[in-house]
Design a protein around this ligand. Sequence first.
Ligand SMILES: [Zn+2]
Length: 469
Amino acid sequence: MSKEKGTMIGLECHVQLNTDSKLFCGCKTTAEEPNSACCPICLGHPGTKPVLNAKALDYAMKVALALDCEINQEFFFSRKTYFYPDMSKNFQITQYEIPVGEKGHIMLSNGKKVGITRVHLEEDPAALVHTEGMGSSNFCLVDYNRSGIPLVEIVTDPDMETPEEARDFLDQLTIILSYLKVFSPTTGTLKADCNVSVYGNNRVEVKNVSGKKGVEKALAFEVARQKHVLLEDKEIAMETRAFDEEKGTTRATRSKETEADYGYIFESDLTAFRLKKSEIDEMRNKLPELHGAKSKRFTEAFGLDEYTSKVLAGNFALGNLFEQVAKDTDANLAANFLTRELMAVVNRSELDIDSLELDSKEISSMLSLRSSGKITEKVAKDAIIVYLTKGVKPTKFIDGQGLAMDLNKGEIEKAVEKAMAENKAAVADLKRGKQKSLNFIVGQVMRLTRAKANPKEVQNIILKRIKGE
Ligand SMILES: [Zn+2]
Protein backbone atom coordinates (compact mmCIF):
# COMPACT_ATOMS: atom_id res chain seq x y z
CA MET A 1 0.00 0.00 0.00
CA SER A 2 1.70 3.15 -1.20
CA LYS A 3 0.76 6.41 0.43
CA GLU A 4 2.55 8.44 -2.23
CA LYS A 5 -0.56 8.75 -4.30
CA GLY A 6 -3.10 10.39 -2.02
CA THR A 7 -6.76 10.72 -2.88
CA MET A 8 -7.50 11.10 -6.58
CA ILE A 9 -10.87 12.38 -7.69
CA GLY A 10 -12.19 12.78 -11.22
CA LEU A 11 -15.67 13.86 -12.23
CA GLU A 12 -17.91 13.17 -15.20
CA CYS A 13 -20.41 16.02 -15.05
CA HIS A 14 -23.68 15.90 -16.94
CA VAL A 15 -25.13 19.35 -17.40
CA GLN A 16 -28.53 19.98 -18.94
CA LEU A 17 -28.30 22.60 -21.68
CA ASN A 18 -31.13 25.11 -21.54
CA THR A 19 -32.46 24.78 -25.07
CA ASP A 20 -36.21 25.03 -25.79
CA SER A 21 -36.30 21.78 -27.73
CA LYS A 22 -34.62 18.38 -27.41
CA LEU A 23 -31.34 17.30 -28.95
CA PHE A 24 -32.62 15.38 -31.98
CA CYS A 25 -36.32 16.33 -32.32
CA GLY A 26 -38.62 19.31 -31.85
CA CYS A 27 -40.18 18.17 -28.54
CA LYS A 28 -40.21 20.72 -25.73
CA THR A 29 -37.77 20.36 -22.85
CA THR A 30 -40.08 21.88 -20.23
CA ALA A 31 -43.26 19.74 -20.21
CA GLU A 32 -44.65 18.82 -16.80
CA GLU A 33 -47.36 16.22 -17.56
CA PRO A 34 -45.49 12.88 -17.79
CA ASN A 35 -45.00 11.52 -21.33
CA SER A 36 -46.58 14.60 -22.91
CA ALA A 37 -43.44 15.81 -24.73
CA CYS A 38 -42.29 12.83 -26.74
CA CYS A 39 -42.46 11.81 -30.38
CA PRO A 40 -41.40 8.82 -32.49
CA ILE A 41 -37.86 10.27 -32.77
CA CYS A 42 -37.09 10.65 -29.04
CA LEU A 43 -38.84 7.33 -28.42
CA GLY A 44 -36.69 5.74 -31.12
CA HIS A 45 -39.44 4.22 -33.26
CA PRO A 46 -38.07 2.25 -36.24
CA GLY A 47 -37.59 4.36 -39.33
CA THR A 48 -37.24 7.70 -37.53
CA LYS A 49 -34.14 9.79 -38.00
CA PRO A 50 -32.55 12.24 -35.56
CA VAL A 51 -31.80 15.82 -36.63
CA LEU A 52 -29.21 17.66 -34.52
CA ASN A 53 -30.36 20.76 -32.62
CA ALA A 54 -27.90 23.41 -33.86
CA LYS A 55 -28.30 25.47 -30.69
CA ALA A 56 -27.27 22.54 -28.49
CA LEU A 57 -24.12 22.04 -30.59
CA ASP A 58 -23.40 25.77 -30.37
CA TYR A 59 -23.77 25.62 -26.56
CA ALA A 60 -21.53 22.57 -26.23
CA MET A 61 -18.85 24.28 -28.34
CA LYS A 62 -19.07 27.39 -26.18
CA VAL A 63 -18.56 25.26 -23.07
CA ALA A 64 -15.56 23.50 -24.62
CA LEU A 65 -14.03 26.82 -25.70
CA ALA A 66 -14.64 28.47 -22.33
CA LEU A 67 -12.87 25.51 -20.67
CA ASP A 68 -9.89 26.15 -22.94
CA CYS A 69 -10.33 22.90 -24.85
CA GLU A 70 -8.90 22.12 -28.24
CA ILE A 71 -11.88 21.90 -30.59
CA ASN A 72 -11.93 18.99 -32.99
CA GLN A 73 -12.46 20.16 -36.55
CA GLU A 74 -14.24 16.94 -37.36
CA PHE A 75 -16.42 14.98 -34.96
CA PHE A 76 -19.35 12.61 -35.08
CA PHE A 77 -21.90 10.86 -32.89
CA SER A 78 -21.95 7.24 -31.73
CA ARG A 79 -24.52 4.80 -30.42
CA LYS A 80 -23.84 3.54 -26.93
CA THR A 81 -25.68 0.24 -26.84
CA TYR A 82 -27.41 -0.88 -23.69
CA PHE A 83 -30.72 -2.44 -22.70
CA TYR A 84 -32.72 -0.69 -20.02
CA PRO A 85 -36.26 0.74 -19.77
CA ASP A 86 -34.95 4.34 -19.65
CA MET A 87 -33.74 4.00 -23.26
CA SER A 88 -36.49 2.70 -25.51
CA LYS A 89 -34.32 2.46 -28.63
CA ASN A 90 -31.68 0.40 -26.77
CA PHE A 91 -28.90 2.83 -27.50
CA GLN A 92 -28.03 6.34 -26.43
CA ILE A 93 -26.73 8.82 -28.99
CA THR A 94 -23.52 10.23 -27.58
CA GLN A 95 -19.97 11.02 -28.62
CA TYR A 96 -17.21 8.54 -27.92
CA GLU A 97 -14.30 8.41 -30.36
CA ILE A 98 -14.05 12.13 -31.14
CA PRO A 99 -15.81 14.60 -28.82
CA VAL A 100 -16.46 18.29 -29.48
CA GLY A 101 -13.44 19.35 -27.41
CA GLU A 102 -10.50 17.89 -25.47
CA LYS A 103 -7.58 18.86 -23.23
CA GLY A 104 -8.96 21.91 -21.46
CA HIS A 105 -8.75 23.06 -17.86
CA ILE A 106 -10.45 24.95 -15.03
CA MET A 107 -8.69 26.96 -12.34
CA LEU A 108 -9.89 26.27 -8.79
CA SER A 109 -10.13 29.14 -6.33
CA ASN A 110 -6.98 27.88 -4.58
CA GLY A 111 -5.10 28.42 -7.84
CA LYS A 112 -4.92 24.72 -8.74
CA LYS A 113 -5.43 23.68 -12.36
CA VAL A 114 -7.84 20.80 -13.02
CA GLY A 115 -7.52 19.21 -16.45
CA ILE A 116 -10.57 18.67 -18.63
CA THR A 117 -10.21 15.40 -20.50
CA ARG A 118 -13.11 15.97 -22.87
CA VAL A 119 -16.38 17.80 -23.50
CA HIS A 120 -19.07 16.07 -25.50
CA LEU A 121 -22.74 16.25 -26.34
CA GLU A 122 -25.27 13.51 -25.65
CA GLU A 123 -28.95 12.84 -25.06
CA ASP A 124 -30.49 12.26 -21.62
CA PRO A 125 -32.32 8.95 -21.11
CA ALA A 126 -35.90 8.81 -19.79
CA ALA A 127 -36.66 9.20 -16.08
CA LEU A 128 -37.57 6.09 -14.09
CA VAL A 129 -40.06 6.77 -11.32
CA HIS A 130 -39.92 4.11 -8.62
CA THR A 131 -43.23 3.74 -6.85
CA GLU A 132 -42.24 1.67 -3.86
CA GLY A 133 -44.92 1.94 -1.23
CA MET A 134 -47.62 3.10 -3.64
CA GLY A 135 -50.54 0.68 -3.48
CA SER A 136 -50.14 -3.04 -2.93
CA SER A 137 -47.44 -3.85 -5.49
CA ASN A 138 -44.12 -2.23 -6.24
CA PHE A 139 -43.62 -1.12 -9.80
CA CYS A 140 -41.69 1.39 -11.84
CA LEU A 141 -43.02 4.09 -14.17
CA VAL A 142 -41.13 5.58 -17.11
CA ASP A 143 -41.41 9.24 -18.09
CA TYR A 144 -40.03 9.78 -21.59
CA ASN A 145 -40.25 13.58 -21.38
CA ARG A 146 -36.60 13.60 -20.35
CA SER A 147 -35.59 11.26 -23.16
CA GLY A 148 -33.53 13.28 -25.66
CA ILE A 149 -32.93 16.36 -23.54
CA PRO A 150 -29.48 17.74 -24.47
CA LEU A 151 -26.65 17.22 -22.00
CA VAL A 152 -23.09 18.37 -22.21
CA GLU A 153 -20.74 15.94 -20.49
CA ILE A 154 -17.58 17.39 -19.00
CA VAL A 155 -14.99 14.80 -17.99
CA THR A 156 -12.09 15.86 -15.79
CA ASP A 157 -8.66 14.38 -15.23
CA PRO A 158 -8.28 12.82 -11.74
CA ASP A 159 -6.66 16.01 -10.47
CA MET A 160 -8.77 16.78 -7.41
CA GLU A 161 -7.56 15.59 -4.02
CA THR A 162 -10.40 16.41 -1.63
CA PRO A 163 -14.21 16.54 -1.72
CA GLU A 164 -13.91 20.31 -1.13
CA GLU A 165 -11.85 20.68 -4.30
CA ALA A 166 -14.50 18.75 -6.23
CA ARG A 167 -17.15 21.09 -4.83
CA ASP A 168 -15.07 24.11 -5.80
CA PHE A 169 -14.62 22.66 -9.29
CA LEU A 170 -18.40 22.49 -9.67
CA ASP A 171 -18.75 26.05 -8.33
CA GLN A 172 -16.24 27.34 -10.88
CA LEU A 173 -17.91 25.30 -13.64
CA THR A 174 -21.40 26.60 -12.88
CA ILE A 175 -20.15 30.20 -12.82
CA ILE A 176 -18.72 29.69 -16.33
CA LEU A 177 -21.99 28.07 -17.48
CA SER A 178 -23.97 31.02 -16.13
CA TYR A 179 -21.72 33.49 -17.98
CA LEU A 180 -22.30 31.49 -21.18
CA LYS A 181 -26.06 31.39 -20.45
CA VAL A 182 -26.23 27.72 -21.42
CA PHE A 183 -27.47 26.31 -18.11
CA SER A 184 -30.29 27.26 -15.79
CA PRO A 185 -29.45 26.52 -12.15
CA THR A 186 -33.14 26.70 -11.22
CA THR A 187 -34.66 24.40 -13.86
CA GLY A 188 -31.65 22.51 -15.25
CA THR A 189 -29.99 19.48 -13.73
CA LEU A 190 -26.36 18.95 -12.86
CA LYS A 191 -25.30 15.40 -12.08
CA ALA A 192 -21.92 13.80 -11.75
CA ASP A 193 -20.34 10.38 -11.76
CA CYS A 194 -17.58 10.62 -9.19
CA ASN A 195 -14.44 8.53 -9.67
CA VAL A 196 -12.34 8.17 -6.56
CA SER A 197 -9.30 6.15 -5.50
CA VAL A 198 -7.07 6.37 -2.45
CA TYR A 199 -3.31 5.65 -2.28
CA GLY A 200 -3.23 4.23 -5.81
CA ASN A 201 -5.74 1.44 -5.08
CA ASN A 202 -8.69 0.39 -7.23
CA ARG A 203 -10.93 3.12 -8.54
CA VAL A 204 -14.59 3.26 -7.51
CA GLU A 205 -17.26 5.12 -9.42
CA VAL A 206 -20.18 6.66 -7.53
CA LYS A 207 -22.82 7.04 -10.23
CA ASN A 208 -25.36 9.73 -10.88
CA VAL A 209 -24.97 12.05 -7.90
CA SER A 210 -27.23 15.12 -8.06
CA GLY A 211 -26.06 18.64 -7.33
CA LYS A 212 -22.91 20.21 -5.91
CA LYS A 213 -23.68 19.48 -2.26
CA GLY A 214 -24.51 15.87 -3.14
CA VAL A 215 -21.15 15.40 -4.89
CA GLU A 216 -19.22 16.80 -1.95
CA LYS A 217 -21.14 14.61 0.51
CA ALA A 218 -20.86 11.44 -1.58
CA LEU A 219 -17.11 11.92 -2.00
CA ALA A 220 -16.55 12.64 1.68
CA PHE A 221 -18.28 9.37 2.56
CA GLU A 222 -16.53 7.39 -0.16
CA VAL A 223 -13.01 8.60 0.70
CA ALA A 224 -13.56 7.74 4.38
CA ARG A 225 -15.06 4.34 3.47
CA GLN A 226 -12.13 3.38 1.24
CA LYS A 227 -9.57 4.40 3.86
CA HIS A 228 -11.45 2.32 6.41
CA VAL A 229 -11.41 -0.74 4.13
CA LEU A 230 -7.63 -0.39 3.81
CA LEU A 231 -7.21 -0.03 7.56
CA GLU A 232 -8.91 -3.41 7.92
CA ASP A 233 -6.31 -4.83 5.49
CA LYS A 234 -8.98 -5.60 2.92
CA GLU A 235 -8.93 -4.85 -0.78
CA ILE A 236 -11.03 -2.11 -2.35
CA ALA A 237 -13.27 -3.67 -4.98
CA MET A 238 -13.35 -2.02 -8.39
CA GLU A 239 -17.05 -1.34 -8.58
CA THR A 240 -19.88 1.04 -9.27
CA ARG A 241 -21.70 2.46 -6.26
CA ALA A 242 -24.87 4.47 -5.74
CA PHE A 243 -25.23 7.42 -3.39
CA ASP A 244 -28.07 7.46 -0.86
CA GLU A 245 -28.72 11.16 -0.44
CA GLU A 246 -30.80 10.83 2.73
CA LYS A 247 -28.34 8.62 4.58
CA GLY A 248 -25.28 10.29 3.02
CA THR A 249 -23.79 6.85 2.26
CA THR A 250 -22.83 4.86 -0.85
CA ARG A 251 -23.62 1.21 -1.63
CA ALA A 252 -22.34 -1.25 -4.21
CA THR A 253 -24.60 -1.70 -7.23
CA ARG A 254 -22.78 -3.84 -9.79
CA SER A 255 -19.25 -4.70 -10.79
CA LYS A 256 -17.91 -2.04 -13.09
CA GLU A 257 -18.07 -2.53 -16.83
CA THR A 258 -15.53 -0.89 -19.09
CA GLU A 259 -16.49 1.61 -21.77
CA ALA A 260 -15.72 -1.05 -24.39
CA ASP A 261 -18.57 -3.20 -23.01
CA TYR A 262 -21.06 -0.76 -24.44
CA GLY A 263 -20.12 -1.66 -27.99
CA TYR A 264 -20.06 1.84 -29.44
CA ILE A 265 -20.86 2.10 -33.12
CA PHE A 266 -20.95 5.08 -35.47
CA GLU A 267 -24.38 6.81 -35.57
CA SER A 268 -25.04 6.55 -39.29
CA ASP A 269 -28.25 8.64 -39.18
CA LEU A 270 -26.20 11.76 -38.41
CA THR A 271 -23.48 13.01 -40.69
CA ALA A 272 -20.00 13.85 -39.42
CA PHE A 273 -19.49 17.53 -38.59
CA ARG A 274 -16.65 19.48 -40.12
CA LEU A 275 -15.61 22.91 -38.94
CA LYS A 276 -13.13 25.29 -40.48
CA LYS A 277 -10.40 26.63 -38.21
CA SER A 278 -11.65 30.13 -38.97
CA GLU A 279 -15.14 29.20 -37.73
CA ILE A 280 -13.71 27.90 -34.46
CA ASP A 281 -11.58 31.04 -34.05
CA GLU A 282 -14.62 33.22 -34.67
CA MET A 283 -16.57 31.40 -31.96
CA ARG A 284 -13.64 31.75 -29.56
CA ASN A 285 -13.50 35.50 -30.22
CA LYS A 286 -17.20 35.83 -29.56
CA LEU A 287 -17.01 34.24 -26.10
CA PRO A 288 -18.06 36.68 -23.37
CA GLU A 289 -15.56 37.90 -20.79
CA LEU A 290 -15.51 35.16 -18.13
CA HIS A 291 -15.32 35.54 -14.37
CA GLY A 292 -11.56 35.18 -14.03
CA ALA A 293 -10.90 38.04 -16.44
CA LYS A 294 -13.72 40.13 -15.02
CA SER A 295 -12.48 39.76 -11.45
CA LYS A 296 -8.97 40.81 -12.53
CA ARG A 297 -10.40 43.82 -14.35
CA PHE A 298 -12.44 44.87 -11.28
CA THR A 299 -9.29 44.81 -9.14
CA GLU A 300 -7.32 46.82 -11.67
CA ALA A 301 -9.99 49.32 -12.74
CA PHE A 302 -11.63 50.01 -9.39
CA GLY A 303 -8.84 49.22 -6.94
CA LEU A 304 -10.94 46.57 -5.18
CA ASP A 305 -9.31 43.85 -3.12
CA GLU A 306 -9.01 40.47 -4.81
CA TYR A 307 -11.59 38.77 -2.61
CA THR A 308 -14.33 41.35 -3.24
CA SER A 309 -13.61 41.31 -6.98
CA LYS A 310 -13.96 37.54 -6.99
CA VAL A 311 -17.26 37.64 -5.11
CA LEU A 312 -18.65 40.24 -7.54
CA ALA A 313 -17.46 38.44 -10.67
CA GLY A 314 -18.54 35.08 -9.25
CA ASN A 315 -22.15 36.02 -9.86
CA PHE A 316 -22.93 37.22 -13.38
CA ALA A 317 -25.89 39.42 -12.39
CA LEU A 318 -24.12 40.87 -9.34
CA GLY A 319 -21.01 41.75 -11.37
CA ASN A 320 -23.13 43.54 -13.97
CA LEU A 321 -25.09 45.43 -11.33
CA PHE A 322 -21.85 46.53 -9.67
CA GLU A 323 -20.47 47.91 -12.93
CA GLN A 324 -23.64 49.94 -13.49
CA VAL A 325 -23.79 51.25 -9.92
CA ALA A 326 -20.07 52.08 -9.83
CA LYS A 327 -20.50 54.41 -12.83
CA ASP A 328 -22.35 56.92 -10.66
CA THR A 329 -21.00 56.50 -7.17
CA ASP A 330 -17.97 55.50 -5.10
CA ALA A 331 -16.87 52.09 -6.43
CA ASN A 332 -15.48 50.82 -3.14
CA LEU A 333 -18.63 51.69 -1.25
CA ALA A 334 -20.72 50.08 -4.02
CA ALA A 335 -18.61 46.90 -3.98
CA ASN A 336 -18.83 46.51 -0.22
CA PHE A 337 -22.50 47.35 -0.04
CA LEU A 338 -23.51 44.98 -2.86
CA THR A 339 -21.40 42.02 -1.70
CA ARG A 340 -22.41 42.37 1.96
CA GLU A 341 -25.76 44.10 2.44
CA LEU A 342 -27.49 43.36 -0.84
CA MET A 343 -26.34 39.74 -0.99
CA ALA A 344 -27.31 39.24 2.66
CA VAL A 345 -30.90 40.18 1.79
CA VAL A 346 -30.83 38.02 -1.37
CA ASN A 347 -29.63 34.98 0.59
CA ARG A 348 -31.82 35.51 3.64
CA SER A 349 -34.98 35.97 1.60
CA GLU A 350 -33.92 33.26 -0.90
CA LEU A 351 -34.30 35.63 -3.86
CA ASP A 352 -33.01 34.96 -7.36
CA ILE A 353 -30.75 37.87 -8.20
CA ASP A 354 -31.01 37.14 -11.94
CA SER A 355 -34.72 37.88 -11.98
CA LEU A 356 -34.77 40.89 -9.63
CA GLU A 357 -34.36 43.57 -12.36
CA LEU A 358 -32.88 46.17 -10.03
CA ASP A 359 -32.52 49.80 -11.08
CA SER A 360 -28.81 50.57 -10.76
CA LYS A 361 -29.48 54.34 -10.74
CA GLU A 362 -31.65 53.96 -7.64
CA ILE A 363 -28.91 52.08 -5.83
CA SER A 364 -26.18 54.52 -6.87
CA SER A 365 -28.32 57.51 -5.79
CA MET A 366 -28.87 55.92 -2.40
CA LEU A 367 -25.17 55.09 -2.00
CA SER A 368 -24.26 58.68 -2.91
CA LEU A 369 -26.51 59.85 -0.06
CA ARG A 370 -24.66 57.41 2.15
CA SER A 371 -21.18 58.53 1.08
CA SER A 372 -22.03 62.19 1.61
CA GLY A 373 -23.25 61.27 5.09
CA LYS A 374 -26.87 62.25 4.43
CA ILE A 375 -28.16 58.82 5.42
CA THR A 376 -26.85 56.42 8.03
CA GLU A 377 -25.69 52.88 7.38
CA LYS A 378 -28.87 51.60 9.00
CA VAL A 379 -31.09 53.64 6.64
CA ALA A 380 -29.15 52.28 3.63
CA LYS A 381 -29.59 48.73 4.91
CA ASP A 382 -33.31 49.23 5.54
CA ALA A 383 -33.76 50.83 2.11
CA ILE A 384 -32.23 47.83 0.33
CA ILE A 385 -34.33 45.37 2.34
CA VAL A 386 -37.53 47.24 1.42
CA TYR A 387 -36.41 47.53 -2.22
CA LEU A 388 -35.62 43.83 -2.63
CA THR A 389 -38.51 42.42 -0.66
CA LYS A 390 -41.29 44.93 -1.35
CA GLY A 391 -40.14 46.65 -4.53
CA VAL A 392 -40.18 50.17 -2.99
CA LYS A 393 -37.44 52.22 -4.64
CA PRO A 394 -34.72 53.41 -2.20
CA THR A 395 -35.05 57.14 -3.03
CA LYS A 396 -38.82 56.90 -2.55
CA PHE A 397 -38.37 55.06 0.73
CA ILE A 398 -35.88 57.63 2.05
CA ASP A 399 -37.92 60.68 0.92
CA GLY A 400 -41.22 59.17 2.04
CA GLN A 401 -39.98 58.44 5.53
CA GLY A 402 -37.94 61.66 5.79
CA LEU A 403 -34.81 59.65 6.52
CA ALA A 404 -32.25 61.89 4.85
CA MET A 405 -30.36 64.06 7.30
CA ASP A 406 -31.43 67.60 6.77
CA LEU A 407 -30.40 69.11 10.12
CA ASN A 408 -28.26 72.21 9.80
CA LYS A 409 -25.09 72.65 11.75
CA GLY A 410 -26.72 74.86 14.36
CA GLU A 411 -29.31 72.21 15.20
CA ILE A 412 -26.62 69.55 15.53
CA GLU A 413 -24.52 71.84 17.76
CA LYS A 414 -27.54 72.38 19.95
CA ALA A 415 -28.15 68.65 20.31
CA VAL A 416 -24.47 68.05 21.14
CA GLU A 417 -24.58 70.77 23.80
CA LYS A 418 -27.69 69.21 25.34
CA ALA A 419 -26.26 65.69 25.30
CA MET A 420 -23.00 66.84 26.92
CA ALA A 421 -24.85 68.82 29.59
CA GLU A 422 -27.04 65.83 30.41
CA ASN A 423 -24.14 63.36 30.61
CA LYS A 424 -21.43 65.11 32.62
CA ALA A 425 -19.91 61.84 33.91
CA ALA A 426 -19.40 60.56 30.37
CA VAL A 427 -17.85 63.88 29.33
CA ALA A 428 -15.43 63.66 32.28
CA ASP A 429 -14.53 60.09 31.30
CA LEU A 430 -13.94 61.16 27.73
CA LYS A 431 -11.59 63.88 28.88
CA ARG A 432 -9.63 61.20 30.70
CA GLY A 433 -9.32 59.40 27.36
CA LYS A 434 -12.08 56.80 27.69
CA GLN A 435 -13.07 56.21 24.06
CA LYS A 436 -16.24 54.29 24.94
CA SER A 437 -17.70 57.49 26.37
CA LEU A 438 -17.38 59.17 22.98
CA ASN A 439 -19.58 56.49 21.40
CA PHE A 440 -22.04 56.90 24.24
CA ILE A 441 -22.37 60.66 23.77
CA VAL A 442 -22.67 60.27 20.00
CA GLY A 443 -25.47 57.79 20.66
CA GLN A 444 -27.25 60.32 22.86
CA VAL A 445 -27.00 62.98 20.11
CA MET A 446 -28.36 60.51 17.56
CA ARG A 447 -31.29 59.84 19.88
CA LEU A 448 -31.96 63.56 20.34
CA THR A 449 -31.82 64.19 16.57
CA ARG A 450 -33.83 61.05 15.79
CA ALA A 451 -30.81 59.73 13.88
CA LYS A 452 -30.87 62.58 11.40
CA ALA A 453 -27.36 63.75 12.16
CA ASN A 454 -24.22 62.34 10.60
CA PRO A 455 -22.45 60.39 13.39
CA LYS A 456 -19.00 61.28 12.04
CA GLU A 457 -19.86 64.98 12.09
CA VAL A 458 -21.31 64.66 15.59
CA GLN A 459 -18.14 62.97 16.76
CA ASN A 460 -15.99 65.80 15.37
CA ILE A 461 -18.10 68.46 17.07
CA ILE A 462 -17.87 66.66 20.42
CA LEU A 463 -14.09 66.26 20.16
CA LYS A 464 -13.66 69.93 19.22
CA ARG A 465 -15.68 70.94 22.26
CA ILE A 466 -13.67 68.68 24.56
CA LYS A 467 -10.40 70.17 23.30
CA GLY A 468 -11.77 73.71 23.40
CA GLU A 469 -12.92 73.52 27.00
ZN1 LIG B 1 -39.39 14.06 -29.55
